[in-house]
Write a protein that binds this ligand. Structure first.
Ligand code: PRX
Length: 635
């Protein structure tokens, strides 16, 4: 039992050493003592990063929803599992107990079965942050269908790409969504997508805004009448530990998003174990992660990790600025939130507003604060620590990725001393390595390099849906026998890790990962555009913002530049979504290219960041003259 809840630093080091020296014994104990399995595993894990092939708890049988729901029914059946806080503070919060959640999941699972969804089928979930989103995720898991949640801010084209890539046969959506003062016609977006998704046979529609929407006969069904007709008993499908649980798309350096595939046994063990320790969850706590379930943070630390621990997890439908900038703190005070987990971009946005928004609320319930998604700058860290944590709630700066499934590097609160901007130490079982550009591991402390992980962990993604070769090439081909994260990091004198940012063509804007290639592809489809290049530049609130360098075709030359800028952003909104809009667009006569035709993004990044005094080596440029002209007109 003692291994499950780490209480002091010495214990952390002991367990860490054990997890490295005897990983089988270590993980076997955790898996055995804290979860319910229908059949025990034959082998704790197996791995070969050269293929890559990784399996955890192979041979074991389970259903993750029995661990998240059924086993809590007798111990804490009347405890709130999901605490739903609606967008409009005047609408009442909902307290869904474990018993009620179990019944609602079983009912929806029965509806899915009735609609012909079977084990292994893919179901796309395109919903706002309402309870039905978590319920849909769990209902899929209940019957062994693979859920693919698409963030409801993605455009119809982005949704269609994701539906088609994994061949979903069903979409679960709602009539509309509320976010702040805005209402969005989600069903209209789904209808548009489905024009190019012939594989989708049925659409289930949750009523949220009661907007009048089109219902396609034979394909679309209101969910409630179907739920009314089915039983609230649904036996959990028996799954192999290695069966896929879900697919979640993340941006890549080529146009096509990568459908990361996560399996169920290892994912459950790792997300639950990290949740318990990194948030120091205790039975009567009220835990709130402000992410959307459309991202990995929501999957692992709103749904699966908390529910596997029998926690009360808050689901918030709204935004931090509605009805005013005090909303987060209002929710914390109202529900006596004990753990609060958010993104640096939200902290920076709130830190810009008056402290009155904070001071008007009683935040004394808070015990642990967390951040995720991007590096947190020192100023934001101190603001969070002083004003929200009142210097007494430790901040866990958690580093991880869609691909890693769970938190990899993070302090353990009240155990690991924190240092601003440092994610500090690897979690139990995680073996990071810093590599130099020649592929050598940098040993010792006070080194900076590329962050890799040299040993498997239970919740790592197993493949990219339909493209195992790409999985290998993206993550396992750069450094031999290593998982390459795409991030740079440094290790300081005491061995703490600090993540310095992406070293590839992914840019993190407001905590969202955006690949440059899909945005460039979207822009290049504009009839007036011949070529484009996107880079990131520092932004006070968003962390990074996007700067586009665009070469026009002759037809574009005579056009009004501001209109063109609007059209280009519109184009991006349609292809991807508003999160990928460009902050600045500069029209240029050419792009700096190497003799082999590669765009030298390094130079463009310097120009976008107004740091052009030292451009570095430009001797390999094919067209150096273009650089001076771009600098002259830089925005
Ligand atoms: O660059 C790192 C950054 O976010 C990337 C992963 O993004 P995504 O797959 O969308 O998952 C985000 C939520 C887990 C990483 O490669 N990142 C994430 N957390 C941190 C971070 N950068 C610095 N500090 C962090 N705590």
């Amino acid at each position: 039992m003692s291994n499950y809840h780490i209480k002091h630093l010495e214990e952390y080091f002991q367990l860490y050493r054990k997890s490295v020296r005897e990983p089988e014994n270590f993980w076997e104990e955790i898996a055995e003592e804290h979860f319910v399995w229908k059949k025990r595993w034959e082998r704790v894990f197996r791995w070969d990063f050269t293929k890559p092939e990784v399996a955890w708890f192979e041979g074991a049988k389970l259903n993750i929803t029995e661990n998240c729901l059924d086993r809590h029914l007798y111990v804490r059946g009347n405890k709130t599992a999901i605490l739903f806080e609606p967008n409009d503070p005047k609408e009442e919060a909902q307290y869904i107990t474990y018993k009620q959640l179990h019944a609602r999941v079983c009912k929806l699972a029965n509806v899915l079965k009735e609609q012909g969804v079977q084990k292994g089928d893919r179901v796309c979930i395109y919903l706002p942050m309402i309870p039905e989103l978590a319920i849909s995720v769990l209902a899929c898991a209940r019957i062994g269908a693979i859920h693919s949640v698409v963030f409801a801010g993605f455009s119809s084209q982005a949704l269609a790409t994701r539906i088609n890539d994994c061949d979903c046969k069903m979409v679960i959506t709602s009539d509309g969504s509320y976010r702040g003062a805005k209402t969005t016609d989600l069903k209209g977006i789904v209808d548009q997508s489905l024009e190019s998704c012939p594989g989708v046979k049925s659409v289930l529609v949750v009523k949220r805004t009661a907007a009048s929407i089109h219902m396609e006969k034979g394909r679309d069904h209101w969910l409630q009448p179907l739920l009314d007709k089915v039983s609230d008993v649904c036996a959990a499908e028996v799954m192999d530990a290695e069966d896929p649980l879900f697919i979640l798309y993340t941006s890549g350096s080529t146009g096509k998003p990568k459908g990361m595939v996560h399996s169920s046994g290892g994912y459950m063990v790792f997300t639950a174990y990290t949740f318990k320790n990194i948030f120091r969850y205790q039975e009567n706590d009220v835990y709130w992660c402000t992410a959307d379930i459309g991202w990995i943070t929501g999957h692992s630390y709103i749904v699966y990790g908390p529910l596997a621990n029998g926690a009360t997890t808050v689901m918030f439908e709204g935004v931090p600025s509605y009805p005013d900038y005090g909303r987060f703190w209002d929710v914390v005070a109202k529900h006596k939130v004990t753990q609060f987990y958010t993104a640096p971009t939200a902290i920076r946005a709130l830190a810009k507003e008056s402290l009155d928004f904070v001071d008007a609320h009683d935040l004394s319930s808070l015990k642990v604060l967390g951040t995720v998604g991007e590096p947190i700058n020192e100023e934001a860290w101190h603001w969070y620590n002083n004003n929200i944590g009142r210097n007494k709630s430790p901040i866990v700066d958690t580093w991880w990725q869609t691909e890693t499934g769970g938190i990899m590097i993070s302090p353990i609160p009240f155990v690991t001393p924190t240092t601003p901007t440092y994610a500090t130490l690897p979690f139990i079982g995680i073996q990071p390595a810093l590599m130099d550009e020649q592929g050598e591991e940098l040993m010792g402390n006070q080194v900076e390099g590329r962050l890799c992980i040299k040993f498997p962990w239970p919740s790592m993604a197993r493949t990219i849906w339909g493209d195992h070769k790409r999985y290998y090439e993206t993550y396992f081909s750069t450094y031999k026998n290593m998982y390459f994260t795409g991030d740079g990091a440094l290790r300081n004198a005491v061995g703490y890790y600090r993540i310095t940012g992406r070293v590839d063509d992914v840019i993190i804007v407001s905590g969202h990962n955006l690949g440059t290639a899909p945005i460039e592809d979207a822009i290049n489809e504009h009839p007036a555009v011949s070529e484009s290049a996107i880079v990131g530049f520092p932004h006070d609130i968003k962390g990074n913002a996007l700067y586009g360098f665009v070469i026009l075709k002759e037809v574009g030359e005579s056009r009004d530049r501001d209109n063109l800028r609007k059209e280009i952003n519109q184009q991006i909104t349609e292809h991807i979504g508003p999160i990928a809009k460009l902050e600045k667009i500069q029209f240029v006569p050419g792009l700096p290219k190497t003799r082999s035709g590669k765009i030298m993004r390094r130079i463009l990044r310097k120009i976008a960041s107004q740091d052009t005094d030292n451009l570095g080596d430009i001797s390999t440029l094919l067209n150096p003259e273009v650089v001076a002209s771009i600098i002259k007109d830089a925005l």
